[in-house]
Design a protein around this ligand. Structure first.
Ligand SMILES: Cc1cc2nc3c(=O)[nH]c(=O)nc-3n(C[C@H](O)[C@H](O)[C@H](O)COP(=O)(O)OP(=O)(O)OC[C@H]3O[C@@H](n4cnc5c(N)ncnc54)[C@H](O)[C@@H]3O)c2cc1C
Length: 395
């Protein structure tokens, strides 16, 4: 039997088939409309709870599916081949929140919260970025101070938060994983701690739903405001000052699944341009006969295959909840995000005027692809991390 790095087991073949059916039936028909109207399809995301996909990497005892990094990559690739905006909302919920809770939360927090986020009763978000700090995590200015009864008072603003608001009426995420400054460490650097803020806690509101994004318009992006927001002591994750550990445990799967989203964009763009190049004739022959079109298709195919191999190789070697694979999670995201943007661009070029309008999908994929070079770490941050990690390296 042929070895397929992207479908290594019977289980992965079945998972991919199930998600593809769901995408064909329910995701693809709504993608264009939700992009056009900048609307997040919350009901569709919630429905993924019934399929066991919202807690894909969470333990079965808390309502998750207990699956691995390969499974997470498959789901993100398949969703993104149709609707990257929707896939981003899924990623924010299932990776940035649920996977984080799985590997960093305590038993009480998991027992209380996990069933709600795995079923889709609650939609979740993760808030690290701020108006004045993104890449520079230690530069955040949201603060948390403990009061006399041990609870925490949060003050500050978070920016660009996917799923931060659930609708156009300012309903905030049901629960949000928040990083806040709780002091300075022995070396004088910001000490960051992690809090679980739930809708209904006083002082937690949506500042604005961010409109007119280039792409990813099927997901909601919001500014969140914490104004003397009271967070009970039970909602501190781990110990004070442990956020760096939490980030390290989660960043690798975040970056890998963002790369998987790029893979879905690349695959779909390639499919569309390849089909079009057979159907479209110019000067009496299909345009795929022209050398310059062959260059777009040939180079896109080779890039797509390289992305696919690197992404699934990294997924096959990734142990969830453990750090140590940063070199390749940075590497796949660095390579795949730009490759996807280039392949979507090639697709528009091959499809001429039709490529430039929404009916043919690739212009949406092209717009969506750009975000992946920025969110979850900019490509510049990956270049820096990789170079730092390669000191003394030889194969
Ligand atoms: C649609 C969308 C969804 C998002 N979702 C979330 C979310 O759910 N949760 C969340 O917390 N955040 C989210 N983000 C924020 C995203 O992660 C940040 O935009 C990203 O980390 C970059 O931060 P920044 O925008 O502040 O840019 P900056 O960090 O200010 O960077 C600006 C430029 O400077 C470069 N730069 C910065 N530092 C260096 C350096 N040391 N060396 C070289 N170059 C450098 C950057 O690479 C970039 O080119 C989202 C953003 C968008 C647009």
């Amino acid at each position: 039997m042929d070895m397929d790095i992207a479908n290594p087991t019977e289980e992965s073949v079945m998972l991919r088939a199930m998600v593809r059916d769901f995408v064909d039936e329910s995701v693809e028909p709504q993608a264009h409309d939700h992009d056009k109207h900048e609307r997040f399809n919350i009901e569709l995301l919630k429905s993924m709870g019934d399929m066991g996909l919202l807690g894909i990497t969470a333990s079965e005892e808390y309502g998750g599916a207990g699956l691995d990094a390969i499974a997470a990559v498959i789901v993100h690739e398949e969703l993104s081949a149709s609707d990257p905006g929707f896939a981003l909302a899924y990623l924010a919920h299932s990776m940035l929140f649920v996977n984080n809770l799985e590997f960093n939360g305590n038993v009480e927090q998991k027992e209380r919260i996990m069933p709600k986020v795995c079923s889709g009763e609650w939609i979740a978000a993760m808030a690290m970025s701020e108006p004045d700090a993104g890449t520079d995590v230690l530069g955040i200015s949201t603060t948390a101070q403990q009061n006399a009864d041990g609870n925490w008072i949060l003050n500050g603003r978070k920016m660009w938060i996917t799923n931060g608001c659930l609708d156009d009426e300012g309903t905030p995420a049901d629960i949000v994983w928040v990083y806040a400054k709780t002091g300075t460490d022995d070396r004088g650097r910001a000490q960051i701690s992690t809090f679980l803020v739930e809708n209904g806690m006083s002082g937690y509101t949506v500042g604005q739903k961010i409109m007119d994004k280039t792409g990813m318009r099927g997901s909601n992006t919001a500014e969140l405001v914490f104004e003397d927001c009271i967070v009970p002591k039970e909602n501190l994750v781990g110990g004070i000052g442990e956020s760096m550990i939490h980030m390290m445990r989660n960043l690798e799967i975040e970056r890998l699944t963002l790369a998987a989203m790029s893979l879905g964009i690349a695959r779909r763009s390639l499919e569309e341009m390849n089909k079009y190049a057979s159907d479209r004739e110019a000067f009496g022959k299909p345009i795929r006969k022209f050398g310059q079109i062959q260059r777009y298709i040939g180079e896109s195919y080779a890039k797509y295959r390289a992305m696919r191999s690197y992404i699934y190789d990294t997924a096959n070697n990734m142990q969830l909840g453990k750090s140590g694979q940063r070199l390749d999670s940075d590497g796949v995201k660095l390579f795949a995000t730009t490759a996807a943007k280039e392949i979507a661009d090639a697709a528009i070029q091959v499809m001429g005027g039709f490529g430039y309008v929404a009916e043919y999908t690739v212009e949406r994929l092209w717009r969506d692809s750009k975000l992946l070079e920025i969110g979850g770490g900019t490509i510049e941050s990956h270049q820096k991390n990789i170079t730092r990690d390669l000191i003394g390296w030889s194969e």
